[in-house]
Design a binder for this molecule. Structure first.
Ligand code: 5GP
Length: 204
């Protein structure tokens, strides 16, 4: 299996805005050329506005088990009763030409990628401005999310924020424009450091 040169793992509680941040990053033409974004498999139902193959590959639990059995997942997690997994296809030759790969993972997936690629991965945690504002943001994002699921996502958010100390970078999403700029700076800095290592012939 070949790997992209730098793997950026981005985590953050539900409603912290990490998906919007990633969209902001990929609106930069230069970065879009250098980076690929992985699309995960999930068994959770599609939300309105989501597109199969763009946001996730929406599959059944049975199909997910089959992916696991046939080793088609680099890592996977169970999140509030649904399965999510990163396809190994993003670790194929096709993507090894890219300077970086963006993965949006929960804290368990982030830990796994750090273990698998300690030298090639960079972990970034997106902090919500305040846990108090999350219910409203979660509700807005998934209009059909029930009160119970919002409660579960909030309980998880506290655990996730506690785990943020294991990440190399933390971004507080107070102002979207500034948060995108901060993320862009981190990515560019890490890609330049990698370019220097490559030049020197240091194996990563
Ligand atoms: P959501 O249901 O809000 O789209 O995602 C729930 C959580 O699962 C988020 O923290 C998201 O980053 C994470 N997630 C999405 N895809 C994957 C994946 O392939 N692997 C892991 N470990 N987490 C994922």
């Amino acid at each position: 299996m070949s790997i992209p040169k730098t793997i950026f793992v981005i985590s953050g509680p539900s409603g912290s805005g990490k998906t919007t941040l990633l969209k902001g990053i990929l609106s930069d033409r230069l970065l879009r050329r250098k980076l690929a974004r992985s699309v995960s498999y999930t068994t959770r139902p599609k939300r309105s506005g989501e597109k199969n193959g763009r946001d996730y590959y929406f599959i059944t639990a049975q199909e997910f088990q089959e992916k696991l059995r046939s080793k088609k997942l680099l890592e996977w997690t169970e999140y509030l009763g649904y399965y999510y997994g990163t396809p190994t296809t993003f670790f194929s030759d096709k993507y090894s030409a890219k300077s970086g790969l963006l993965l949006c993972l929960d804290i368990k997936g982030a830990r796994r990628v750090r273990e698998l690629y300690p030298k090639n991965s960079v972990s970034i945690f997106v902090m919500p401005l305040s846990l108090k504002l999350l219910p409203e943001r979660i509700q807005k994002r998934c209009s059909r999310t029930g009160a119970k699921e919002i409660e579960q996502r909030l309980a998880l958010a506290e655990e996730e924020v506690r785990a943020s100390r294991h990440y190399e970078y933390r971004i507080v999403n107070k102002d979207l424009g500034k948060a995108i700029a901060a993320l862009r700076t981190i990515i560019k800095k890490e890609l330049s450091a990698q370019a220097v290592r490559n030049k020197r012939g240091v194996r990563t």
